[in-house]
Design a protein around this ligand. Structure first.
Ligand SMILES: *Cc1c(COP(=O)(O)O)cnc(C)c1O
Length: 373
């Protein structure tokens, strides 16, 4: 068996996971409590309260689901959609496409509004489609990690609400890196993950459901297809005076999230956003002289995930081999392009704890050395 003590230390500058903060790793090594122990329940309640702050919501039903970000996507869609319902999905990258797949498996009719990868959704096209289709749910991605595009939310959410549609938002990469304001924007259900800007290992999916969303779940004519992700069953453990067993909460992961959220609160969202923006700006400034160019226009560019078009001298070599050298010789992971962008871009994540100019400098020094060779 591999001796875990011999595992290398990597600087994780890909699309996730990012490096966990040392305080998070320390939290995970604390002794286990039982999942119904009042001390653990108090800790869980603090996590829920802290998640309300970062999500910008008063939603009572705000909690960490016991699986990675994709479980949040699935939970939002399978609870809010019944077979035959129509969902309108904005698709400008991998994760919008995945929403379509999840919704169609739930028996929903899926209407897509597509935009070019690397561009945001066209707000007018979304508003037009909402008015025409009047879907039960409108679903889209705030921070598209496959391309590095930031989506403006309030205009689409307002049009959806006017049409009586619920709004689902993917905040996996945005939460903890840039402000998320579910209540101000009018979002009904949102989900995130722990391994991107919250600086925790992958394991949990913070989710939040509004009262409007919960009313829709209560009005269902059929039970939710997923027993594990049924929000009405989950409420019995995560809420109320007396907690009942549904599944065993992942104790150490909840400790990790508690530590990750306390780091966000100590730093403050404004400072955190500024740190992400500063690191992204340093990255672009540092790689442009090497011939890399950002894929996304500045106005729609995410600070925590930058897609870089590869220069000719990298395209002429083997970009995957160069990424391999960054990993093996320099201990730095960067992400490949996906879909049509595979082989054309790299995705550099400066997420959570990793969003620091010193990490950018380390990457640039390694790249300079490799490209000179
Ligand atoms: C990473 C990611 C997901 C999926 O999260 P997992 O933790 O990999 O399950 C969903 N949406 C977006 C935008 C992501 O970046």
């Amino acid at each position: 068996m591999i001796d875990l003590k011999t595992l290398p230390e990597r600087l994780l500058l890909g699309p996730g996971p990012s490096n966990a903060h040392p305080r998070v790793l320390e939290a995970m090594s604390q002794p286990l409590l039982g999942h119904l122990d009042p001390q653990f329940i108090s800790l869980l309640d603090e996590v829920k309260e802290s998640l309300r702050h970062v999500f910008g919501t008063q939603n009572a039903f705000t909690l960490p689901l016991s699986a990675t970000g994709s479980s949040g996507m699935e939970a939002c869609l399978v609870n809010l959609l019944e077979p035959g319902d129509t969902v309108l999905v904005g698709v400008n990258g991998v994760f919008g496409g995945r929403m379509c797949e999840v919704a169609s498996r739930a028996g929903a009719n899926v209407e897509r509004v597509e935009a070019e990868w690397g561009r945001p959704l066209d707000i007018d096209a979304m508003i037009e489609a909402i008015g025409r289709v009047r879907p039960a749910v409108v679903s889209f991605v705030h921070a598209e990690t496959s391309t590095g595009v930031l989506q403006s939310v309030p205009e689409i959410a307002a049009a959806a609400r006017e049409a009586g549609s619920l709004v689902v938002l993917d905040c996996v990469t945005s939460l903890g890196g840039i402000p998320v304001e579910l209540d101000a924007w009018g979002v009904d259900a949102a989900y995130s993950g722990t391994q991107k800007c919250l600086s925790c290992p992958p394991s949990l999916s913070p989710v939040s459901f509004s009262e409007r969303a919960l009313d829709r779940v209560r009005a269902r004519t059929r039970p939710v297809q997923s027993w594990y992700l049924d929000v009405s069953l989950l409420a019995g453990y995560y809420e109320g005076e007396k907690r009942v067993y549904h599944h065993t909460a992942p104790i150490s992961s909840v400790y990790a999230l508690h530590a990750g959220l306390s780091l966000v609160e100590e730093e403050g969202m404004a400072a955190r956003e500024a740190r992400h923006r500063e690191a992204a700006a340093a990255l672009i400034e540092g790689v442009e002289p090497l011939g890399f160019k950002p894929l996304v226009d500045e106005a729609h560019r995410l600070p925590m995930l930058t897609s870089l078009l590869l220069p000719d001298n990298v395209l002429a070599r083997d970009e995957a081999a160069l990424r391999g050298r960054l990993l093996n010789e320099h201990g730095i992971e960067v992400g490949a392009g996906l879909g049509a962008l595979a082989g054309k871009i790299w995705r550099v994540g400066l997420m959570g704890e990793n969003a620091r100019v010193e990490n950018v400098e380390r990457l640039i020094a390694a790249l300079r050395e490799e490209l000179a060779a």
